[in-house]
Design a protein around this ligand. Structure first.
Ligand code: ADP
Ligand code: MG
Length: 729
């Protein structure tokens, strides 16, 4: 066993980075070559078909059969010219990752052979065998079939030899079974709501686009070491392992030079990403050893999210070429930072204005403040929903662990914007404002600099931070589909913007002037949202106390957090904005509970097996070696000498014995707890049982294993240790 471990390490050390492969061309020369983008559509589609696709993208109008047929022929021609042999509908089911089933273009020809064929109906809609995807009971109750439907707003692309068509995935009765469908609905909701508010400032605004710039964190582990860790292979995280004597305490990894072998890997997957039109911009080392980040230039949200899913898949594939494995798990190693996925979120108008950028004049600045304040209100009123949208079995390990997703939701605005809100609060009076007061306020509003300076010292401890021209939602987990968080964020902000217009319009109808109406409602919102604003250290104990005194919620338990989705006010908000109906919401939450249960169930089984099959036998072997050693000593030394020399060893033998019996006992108890939990029918009750009666054993058993790791002979230890996993590359 020990030799295996060292063989694995030996393999790592022998890995020489391959030659630097870089195409002798500029990135812009091959960027998007594998995407059926606008220029290619123009070339391969009739003018009529091109227009139909553009209209569908802009207005959401469906594409009729005849046009779909034409688009299919154009796509096929382009795909065949570029080496594609198959096509697939690609979608985001409620599992992690994406799903695809490839079909060859071939069909029988009349002459007995085959010909390449692709039809409009196959482009527009398909019926994959959907029975194995999670639906939270929707499909069982209503209709067994589900189908995928083309999303023309995200362009088709070629992945290896397959023409890949982004699609939504819905049940036959129309319920969403994926992430994309509700994401698109929430994008539509916020478009409508934000357009309404933007029109107070500029009548030329007719649509508002949501933007997303994700920052993806990940760990890289050498393949040989990964293979020697069944826990990593099966659960994505280490269920045991004593911390390395050195880990991130020197803070010497963040932004340091990227190791050559890692850099080759990055170059390789980035090249592939460029061909797929993913605008990768940034790469760097992260805080923990062997942890890295990749980020693109932000894009329209639906496309950006497809790109995030796509790159995760790509990174897995390319990692194998480099004998690496990439870990997207939120907390693969205890004791060092886990991984997140910052979601940089903003809204921009068809007139080219970023609604979260300070404007060039008082009017633009008032619009900016209006959007910031309404966002504050949305977060303030929906803390629990936002938390529910990011919390799961994996991300819970980062809660309250000096990492971005805290169990308390707060918003960082920075000093300059905070100051502006304070000025507005005092300047706006309860009575009708005098013209002088209004002018003074507008002057002040006009003073917001176009570029907000204090974003440079931005607060890294805030889960939701204003960073100059966008909000950065930092609580999202690294393995998550961003849509989970964005659907909620878009919906709550859309809801608030709608409420805002209703209120302002009412005042205007009652005779209040527009700017005065805006001031009045904004002032009230500033006062109401004070508790959610926090510019201090979100990781401090004082903040936990202070947040409690402000009445903010603090929830660490996944089952409890998830229940926020099903509160009557949440259900009616999702329904009102056409993002989820009640049935969909219930189905989705059920899937979340099931995922939570299954993840802990798997971790518990894997840990039990490893403890009993790997750890206990090795500990027993070492204990036996010590026992033999002691008994030989007894033969050689006098009684006095023996007492003196063997006492430490005897204590160690006892200590090992205690750990072994505790581990066995706890594994037994954990298995019993699982059996009890498994017979619970109600999914919420079952999740609570798993959380309260099974989950704690993971840490308890690990504690004893990690203690054994410290004392058992290194040569015998069956698993690669943290120092090897985190530093070998
Ligand atoms: P940091 O790590 O300092 O937060 P990065 O440069 O790594 O910054 O990432 C910032 C991300 O925010 C990038 O994806 C960038 O494209 C994105 N971004 C910048 N401006 C906007 C905006 N207005 N809306 C959405 N995303 C934005
Ligand atoms: Mg960031």
């Amino acid at each position: 066993m020990a030799t295996f471990r060292f063989k694995a390490l030996e393999e790592v050390m022998n890995r020489v980075p391959g030659p630097l492969v870089r195409d002798e061309v500029l990135t812009s020369d091959y960027y998007g070559t594998l995407v059926f983008d606008k220029p290619k559509m123009k070339k391969y589609l009739s003018r009529e078909a091109y227009k139909a696709v553009m209209d569908a993208v802009e207005t959401g109008m469906p594409i009729d059969r005849r046009m779909a047929e034409q688009v299919a022929q154009g796509m096929k021609a382009w795909a065949l010219e570029n080496g594609a042999t198959h096509y697939t509908h690609w979608f985001h089911p409620l599992t992690d990752g994406t799903a695809e089933k490839h079909d060859a273009f071939i069909e029988h020809s009349s002459l007995g052979g085959v010909i390449e064929s692709f039809r409009g109906d196959l482009l527009a809609q398909q019926e994959p065998d959907a029975s194995s995807f999670p639906s939270g009971g929707i499909r069982q109750t209503f209709e067994a079939r589900g189908y995928t439907a083309w999303d023309p707003s995200s362009p088709a692309f070629i992945s290896e030899t397959t023409l890949t068509i982004p699609t939504i995935f819905i049940s036959y009765t129309g319920e969403a079974l994926d992430y994309k469908t509700p994401l698109l609905r929430s994008i539509r909701a916020i478009d409508q709501a934000a357009t309404g508010v933007a029109q107070y400032f500029d009548k030329a605004v007719t649509s508002v686009q949501s933007n997303l710039g994700w920052e993806q964190e990940y760990f890289l582990i050498d393949e040989a070491l990964f293979m020697a860790r069944p826990d990593l292979m099966l659960t994505g995280r280490t269920l045991m392992g004593h911390s390395s004597a050195k880990d991130q305490q020197l803070e010497d990894h963040y932004f340091s030079s990227i190791p050559t072998r890692v850099n080759r890997y990055m170059i390789d997957f980035e090249n592939e990403a460029y061909k797929l039109g993913i605008p990768i911009k940034t790469r760097h080392n992260e805080v923990a050893p062997n942890q890295f980040e990749v980020a693109p230039i932000f894009e329209e949200m639906n496309l950006a999210n497809d790109h995030n899913q796509l790159i995760m898949d790509l990174m897995h594939k390319v990692a194998r070429r480099h004998k690496f494995r990439v870990l997207f798990h939120e907390k693969p190693f205890s004791g060092v930072n886990g991984s997140g996925k910052h979601n940089n979120w903003s809204l921009s108008t068809n007139t080219g204005v970023n609604l979260y950028s300070p404007g060039k004049n008082p009017k633009g600045n008032l619009q900016f403040l209006t959007f910031v304040i309404n966002t504050l209100k949305a977060v303030h009123d929906n803390q629990d929903l936002l938390r529910a949208s990011i919390l799961n079995a994996a991300n819970q390990h980062r809660l309250g662990a000096n990492e971005a997703p805290p169990s308390i939701i707060s918003v960082f605005l920075g000093t300059e914007v905070s100051k502006m809100l304070d000025i507005m609060e005092t300047a706006v009076t309860d009575r009708k404002m005098t013209p002088d007061e209004k002018t003074a306020l507008k002057l002040n509003i006009g003073r917001i600099p176009e570029i907000i300076l204090d974003t440079t010292d931005r607060n890294r401890t805030s889960p939701f931070a204003f960073t100059g021209n966008r909000f950065e939602y930092r609580a999202v987990g690294s393995s998550a589909n961003c849509a989970s968080a964005l659907i909620v964020l878009n919906t709550v902000v859309a809801n608030q913007l709608k409420n805002f217009t209703t209120e302002v319009d009412k005042l205007i109808e009652g005779g209040t002037k527009k700017d005065e109406a805006l001031f009045q409602v904004l002032k009230r919102l500033i006062v109401e949202t004070k508790p959610i604003r926090f510019n201090g250290n979100g990781y401090s104990d004082e903040w936990v106390e202070e947040a409690a005194s402000r009445g903010l919620t603090n929830i660490k338990k996944v089952p409890e957090a998830l229940s926020a989705y099903l509160r009557p006010d949440a259900v009616s908000m999702f329904e009102k904005l056409d993002v989820f109906d009640k049935k969909e919401l219930h189905g989705r939450v059920e899937v979340e509970y099931e995922k939570f249960i299954k993840k802990i169930q798997i971790e518990s089984r894997v840990l039990g097996d490893l403890a009993i099959n790997h750890i206990v036998p090795v500990a027993v072997r070492y204990q036996t070696m010590l026992l033999q050693n002691v008994s030989y000593m007894k033969e050689v030394f006098t009684d006095g000498e023996f007492e003196e020399m063997a006492s430490g060893r005897k204590n160690l033998i006892k200590e090992i014995g205690r750990h072994i019996s505790t581990i066995k006992q706890k594994v037994y108890e954990m298995t019993e707890a699982r059996k009890t939990a498994n017979v619970i029918e109600d999914v919420v009750e079952k999740a609570i049982a798993y959380d309260e009666t099974v989950f704690p054993y993971l840490a308890e058993i690990r504690y004893h294993i990690d203690k054994l790791e410290l004392v058992v002979d290194n040569e015998l230890w069956p698993l690669p240790k943290y120092r090897e996993l985190l530093f070998a590359r």
